[in-house]
Design a protein around this ligand. Structure first.
Ligand SMILES: [Zn+2]
Ligand SMILES: [Zn+2]
Length: 340
């Protein structure tokens, strides 16, 4: 089968690889569409400490079950599915308290084990979520990025009427915006440094946008909130140096969701955190959010197709990677179309 494989940092190729077999409890999926994500770029650059090479990457994908292993209902062959990449052990402390997405022995599909940039992939049957009729496979490849948004928002405990500030209007920031609107939050401020992205944010329902390069973000946020500050802040830009500004923009009792994976330290001011009794939460991958996201897409509350800017065949993946690296303002989600 054809697959996109990273063999070492900065070394990748599309070539023929052996097709996988289904172990007991697994299914084989014919991949239809797989999305390229910023974290795939980190793997390509050798910036992901978890990955072992060689690796077929890709953790955002959907397709059709072609075969099942022992112990899986054979009636699932032919089922249209999207794949939750979180494979957890079920025994460690976080697993025992219902936090499988921070399992101590987690195996993320597309990171620790082979993923979706291939004609076929083997995944645990429980990770393959059945799609309702009418939910297209291209849209279904975006369930995973929306699950990131659903997870961070659930960690932030939004209340009706809360204002939300989303930092960064890349694909993850835009999924947080759309998910917040789907959950009924009406005042969503989005900031970025690229005007093209802010225009997209307004199209997708942002109530206010701020260009953090041409405006003073902190002043603009205070002006937009009558000096009150913001109760919900989701950081999808993930720039460690911004944390002090984030703390200053937060109102007392605010909840701040952090999505970055940088090892660079941030200056965290105790006084800001304690005086305002702020809650800072990390959010990693997703904790069983696929059914909720699938439901929101099926009922039209989320619009994944608005986020898709490019569809390319597997053979054109290197060009797509080049586009994402060098012209991020020209792309939203790039989908790789794999099987017909
Ligand atoms: Zn991703
Ligand atoms: Zn575990």
């Amino acid at each position: 089968m054809q697959a996109f494989e990273v063999s070492a940092p900065h070394a990748f190729a599309i070539g023929d690889r052996p097709a996988p077999n289904a172990a007991p409890g697994e299914v084989i999926v014919d991949v239809a569409f797989a999305g390229i994500c910023g974290s795939d770029m980190h793997i390509i650059h050798g910036d992901n400490a978890f990955v072992q090479f060689p690796r077929i990457t890709g953790h955002e994908f959907a397709g059709v079950i072609r075969a099942v292993g022992d112990g899986v209902d054979p009636a699932r062959v032919g089922e249209r599915v999207c794949i939750d990449p979180v494979v957890n052990c079920g025994r460690c402390y976080p697993c025992r308290i219902g936090r499988p997405n921070v399992c101590s022995a987690m195996q993320v599909i597309g990171v620790h084990r082979n993923g979706g940039f291939a004609e076929q992939v083997n995944v645990p049957a429980a990770n393959a979520h059945r799609l309702p009729d009418g939910l297209d496979l291209d849209a279904a490849a975006l369930v995973e990025p929306y699950s990131i948004a659903a997870n961070v928002l659930s960690r932030m405990d939004p209340r009706p009427g809360d204002r939300l500030l989303v930092i960064g209007a890349g694909v993850i920031g835009l999924t947080v915006l759309q998910m917040a609107r789907a959950l009924g939050l009406e005042q969503v401020i989005v900031t970025d440094i690229l005007d093209e992205r802010l225009a997209t944010a307004r199209e997708l329902g942002a109530s206010h946008t701020i260009n953090g390069r041409s405006e003073d973000l902190e002043q603009a946020v205070l002006a937009a909130t009558e000096g009150e500050g913001i109760p919900l802040i989701a950081d999808a830009a993930c720039v460690p140096a911004m944390l002090p500004t984030i703390l200053r923009m937060a109102c007392p009792a605010a909840r701040i969701g952090l999505l970055g994976f940088s090892p660079t330290p941030s200056d965290l001011v105790q006084l800001e955190v304690i005086k305002k009794e702020l809650t800072l939460v990390g959010s990693r991958l997703n904790n069983r959010k696929f059914p909720e996201v699938i439901e929101h897409i099926a009922t039209g509350r989320l619009d994944p197709k608005a986020l898709i800017s490019h569809r390319v065949p597997l053979t054109e993946m290197p060009g797509a990677i080049d586009l994402l690296e060098n012209h991020p303002e020209q792309a939203r989600k790039v989908l790789v179309k794999i099987s017909p």
